[in-house]
Design a protein around this ligand. Structure first.
Ligand code: PRX
Length: 644
């Protein structure tokens, strides 16, 4: 912790709240949540019918209802209700992969596009409660697709465009999707991604998908299945622009988003309507101190929760102008972010530490090439930001004048949970600082005792918040087991954290078998399952190790089948194999062939030891006497693969 470096909040003119107001609102949100959230819901959301109760149910069983009895539509709140006042305001700015491609979509145009798309879905028999898989590049149609689902009450399941056909198939089957929305190809950093072809491969194992809507994006040659595939552009051309928004119950599901956990297959995290929308709209407004007319850019992909909450639903609910970026930070060169910021006069910029670390490595010149004078607030998300990257972001990108909000949250929380509020919270590089309204964090020690005052522990949340996960799709027990069982009465985040003497939180990282690689969350079990599918692999154990740019990277220990020789070719083949099973972003950085793995006498792999070897901390291996064969440890150390 670098408590010495405190950047006192610099209150900005026209800020929504000040320090005193934050304290008062925070206390009200914890002490009288019903009154607090009722007021916020009225301020942020239009309901068709008012709710009966603000919050009810049993938090400890993941059985909560927010705004039960209320009726509303998320798409209406994000689009229609803005029309009387901002029909001609730009809702989406699209910046394509190539610097000379961009587009703007007004709220009026967004309304038309979404209504047409919703009517196309309806004409294919898709109705309220049906599941629709969205596998798209970062183009405006991805946003239209999500909003069209929300408009008719279909539940979307967005699958990140980097996932492999197998991963798409598993997700489609798990939630029984009846339709897929995709594009012919995606383009990122000048490279084409064969989205439609991946969908075709996936659908060979999904007989119940009756419709594939294909957006023509690159006009690549693709296979066509007449009975199932329709071109988006043709279908919307003849669809009506009139499509009433379906009144939804506050607790009707809005979307499912798969995320990795420490065990088994990825879980379909389910979020519902009113609580989710309130969480994301309110955090977007307060944390960024968002103001009318500002240009806001979150660089995430809509395939992850950050894209859902802070490219689409939060900003559009607030009537903001949200920038959708198709490309990558380093294409055509390392100044792309800053070039886009000047081109569109971006005021609020929200990105991930991994991108910042990669760009920081290119020096200051690519940043200085652009003015960045429009920037007012900077944000960080997805993984801990190391103080050096924070300082660089502040000093070089923000010219020392923009507050940085380091926002800690998770797919399961919908929106930001522990975060500074721009212009209000004193900042400390590397600290996510204070809980947002309604969030009551606690730290618990190894015995499950609550840590008081300054100290370290596992991070838990002790009362419900509107955006909390409602279920794991199709398996509510898994939701209870994963999040509400480790510490009864608390939601367990899977992270550990430290609280300093000022009450500020410092997120340390995951304490379960989840690895955060470049802000992408991966379960070690998932990567191990992929590796053992390879016919020459007998066993695999995967751990994370610290990586300068990615935060963590994947180190895989692989035991080959008897008689199989290890080789560089096999190593490379296994890396490719994982990419084809899960997606490129899940590739192991290092594979070490290991004839034996450290196991207890009952056969359990001791990952603690494997993590230490991967991190090259072999002096601190701890007790190895309980191993069935302690000699394997020395063999692993002797053959450790050293990359930098
Ligand atoms: O370990 C924490 C880390 O990312 C995890 C959640 O990942 P995911 O569900 O994919 O959501 C990412 C976008 C919110 C957390 O359990 N994490 C996220 N934000 C931060 C963070 N770690 C430290 N600081 C953050 N600001």
């Amino acid at each position: 912790m670098s408590e010495k470096h405190v950047y006192p909040a610099e209150p900005q003119s026209h800020s929504l709240i000040d320090k005193e107001a934050y304290e008062a609102m925070y206390n009200a949100s914890i002490e009288a949540p019903e009154t607090f959230w009722a007021d916020q819901a009225k301020a942020f959301i239009d309901f068709i019918e008012p709710w009966d109760t603000v919050v009810s149910g049993d938090f400890s069983k993941a059985d909560v209802k927010w705004f039960a009895g209320g009726k509303l539509n998320v798409c209406y709140n994000c689009v229609d209700r803005h029309l009387p006042t901002r029909a001609d305001q730009v809702a989406l700015i699209w910046e394509g992969d190539e610097p000379d491609t961009s587009d703007t979509i007004t709220y009026q145009a967004l309304h038309e596009a979404v209504c047409r798309f919703a009517n196309v879905l309806k004409s294919r028999g898709i109705k309220k409660g049906d599941r629709v898989c969205i596998y798209m590049p970062m183009i405006p149609e991805a946003v239209y697709a999500m909003l069209a689902c929300a408009r008719i009450g279909a539940i979307h399941s967005v699958v990140f465009g980097g996932f492999s056909p197998d991963s798409i198939r598993d997700r489609i089957l798990d939630s029984a999707c009846s339709a897929v929305i995709t594009a012919d190809e995606g383009v990122r950093g000048g490279k084409r991604i064969p989205l439609k072809s991946n969908v075709d491969t996936a659908l060979a194992g999904c007989p119940d998908v009756a419709t594939v809507v294909v957006v023509k994006h690159t006009a690549a040659d693709i296979d066509w299945h007449e009975e199932r595939d329709i071109w988006y552009q043709e279908a919307v051309a003849s669809a009506s622009t009139d499509c009433p928004a379906e009144p939804m119950d506050s607790e009707d599901p809005l979307f499912i988003l798969y995320t990795s956990g420490s065990t088994g297959k990825p879980k379909g995290v389910m979020h519902t309507t009113a609580g989710y929308l309130l969480q994301v709209a309110m955090t977007h407004r307060y944390v960024f101190d968002y103001r009318e007319g500002e240009i806001y850019w979150c660089t995430a992909d809509v395939g992850w929760v950050t894209g859902h909450s802070y490219i689409v639903y939060g900003p559009l609910c607030n009537g903001a102008t949200s920038l959708v970026f198709e490309g990558v930070p380093t294409y055509p060169d390392a100044s792309r972010f800053w070039q886009v910021i000047d081109k569109h006069r971006v005021n609020i910029f929200y990105t991930a530490p991994t991108a910042l670390r990669a760009l920081m490595g290119q020096g200051d010149e690519p940043v200085k090439r652009y003015q960045r004078s429009s920037l007012r607030v900077l944000g960080s998300v997805g993984e801990p930001i190391n103080p050096e990257a924070w300082e660089w972001y502040h000093r070089v990108v923000g010219d020392g004048r923009c507050p940085i909000v380091d926002t800690w949250w998770q797919t399961e929380t919908s929106g930001m949970m522990i975060t500074p509020i721009a212009g209000v919270t004193d900042l400390k590089p590397g600290s996510a600082t204070r809980p947002f309204f309604g969030v009551k964090p606690e730290l618990v020690d190894a015995e499950g005792q609550v840590v008081e005052g300054a100290g370290k522990g596992n991070l838990v949340i002790s009362q419900s918040w509107p955006g909390q996960i409602r279920s794991v799709y199709g398996d509510h027990q898994r939701c209870i087991d994963t999040y509400f069982s480790a510490y009864p009465g608390y939601y367990f985040t899977g992270d550990s954290a430290e609280r300093d003497a000022d009450g500020d939180y410092w997120i340390i990282g995951r304490v379960d078998d989840v690895i955060n690689v470049s802000g992408h969350r991966l379960g070690t079990a998932e990567i191990e399952s992929a590796l053992v599918l390879h016919p020459q692999v007998a066993e695999a154990a995967v751990v994370g190790y610290p990586h300068d740019i990615k935060g963590s990277a994947i180190y895989a220990y692989v035991t080959l089948m008897a008689g199989v020789e290890d080789s560089d070719e096999l190593n490379a083949e296994l890396v490719r194999f994982v990419a084809s099973e899960i997606g490129s972003f899940a590739k192991p950085e290092i594979i070490q062939f290991a004839p034996g793995l450290p196991k207890t006498r009952s056969g359990k792999i001791m990952r603690r030891i494997l993590r230490k070897i991967a991190a090259n901390e072999t002096e601190q291996l701890g007790d190895t006497t309980t191993l069935a064969d302690p000699s394997v440890v020395q063999a692993l150390i002797d053959n450790r693969v050293n990359r930098g």
